[in-house]
Write a protein that binds this ligand. Structure first.
Ligand code: C2E
Ligand code: MG
Ligand code: MG
Ligand code: MG
Length: 277
């Protein structure tokens, strides 16, 4: 009994610690945005034939006061569960649009949109506002959404996606193939791009199932007349496979890790670094 009660106390304390860590992180996110601790890095998207950079994907980073650099996998889920993602997502979109608008070359800019943002009926208007404020041409903006951003209320998601497309922005399906019903998503939503998930691309050279999945996704994209991009390309072997199968666009460490706005300045022809207030 004694030991049991002790165990419960230890358990309670463990939960307490978890809750405290959770609350602390949530508060740190809040102060982090006020202290300008977030910044964007950009990963190139390359044409398969010419290898030229055709666009960039913006990826958020957090430089925490004490803990240093924290990857999105550690704070996006928390931001989503606390609702902070609305504020963070807004900052990301505004900053990416502002920085890309400053590039001399009109490369496309892809921005990840969280499920909660896509479920917000005010979102299309906000995108319009940001385009107006930053002067970014809507045709350069591509919003990346995942299946999880759509499944909750498909009708509503479709309405919002249609409004976004009316603004002239493009919609990409991110992490294609990892959801529950990727195929039915393609049937029901007007995507402008399919991004084949890294988990399939990873193994194209060594695994028959992965190769078959990537190959048939590329064929499918051609049949649907939707541009396809392979994510997470790391080797020339993977490039050879993708080229042979007719994939037109790639993104991955083979062409570079995500870089800061300053680092990509030479490619984008950006004169000075812009930063959102
Ligand atoms: P994602 O949108 O699928 O982004 C691609 C991720 O794969 C990025 O990780 C990128 O750095 C990584 N990656 C790209 N090429 C390679 C490669 O060749 N090898 C390997 N091993 N990895 C590669 P990152 O930046 O850590 O982002 C992870 C995820 O966090 C993103 O996946 C996205 O779902 C989410 N995320 C990042 N930034 C944002 C944002 O601003 N808003 C939202 N809502 N989510 C974001
Ligand atoms: Mg993405
Ligand atoms: Mg992805
Ligand atoms: Mg992802």
């Amino acid at each position: 009994k004694e030991a049991g009660a002790g165990a419960v106390r230890v358990y309670d304390r463990a939960i307490d610690d978890l809750t405290r860590a959770h609350v602390e992180m949530t508060m740190a996110l809040q102060t982090g945005i006020e202290r300008n601790e977030f910044f964007l890095v950009y990963q190139a998207q390359n044409d398969v034939e010419s290898r030229a950079v055709v666009g960039y994907e913006a990826l958020v980073r957090w430089r925490h006061g004490e803990r240093g650099l924290i990857p999105p996998s550690e704070f996006i889920p928390l931001a989503e569960s606390t609702g902070f993602i609305h504020r963070l997502g807004d900052w990301v979109l505004k900053t990416a649009a502002l920085e890309a608008a400053g590039w001399a070359r009109p490369l496309s800019i892809a921005v990840n949109v969280a499920p909660a943002q896509l479920a917000d009926i005010a979102f299309p208007l906000r995108v319009q506002q940001i385009l107006n404020e930053t002067g970014l041409d809507a045709r350069r903006l591509e919003l990346e959404i995942t299946e999880s951003g759509i499944i909750a209320d498909q009708q509503k998601a479709l309405a919002i996606i249609q409004q976004l497309k009316q603004l002239g922005v493009r919609i990409a399906m991110d992490d294609y193939g990892t959801g529950y019903s990727s195929l039915s998503m393609l049937q029901s939503f007007p995507f402008d791009k399919i991004k084949i998930d890294r988990s399939f691309v990873d193994a194209v050279a060594v695994s028959r199932p992965s190769a078959a999945i990537v190959r048939s996704t590329i064929i499918l994209s051609h049949s649907l007349d939707i541009p396809v991009l392979a994510e997470g390309v790391e080797t020339e072997e993977q490039m050879d496979f993708l080229r042979q199968e007719g994939c037109l666009c790639v993104q991955g460490y083979l062409f570079g890790k995500p870089q800061t706005a300053e680092q990509i300045a030479a490619v984008t022809g950006m004169a000075v670094s812009a930063s959102a207030a």
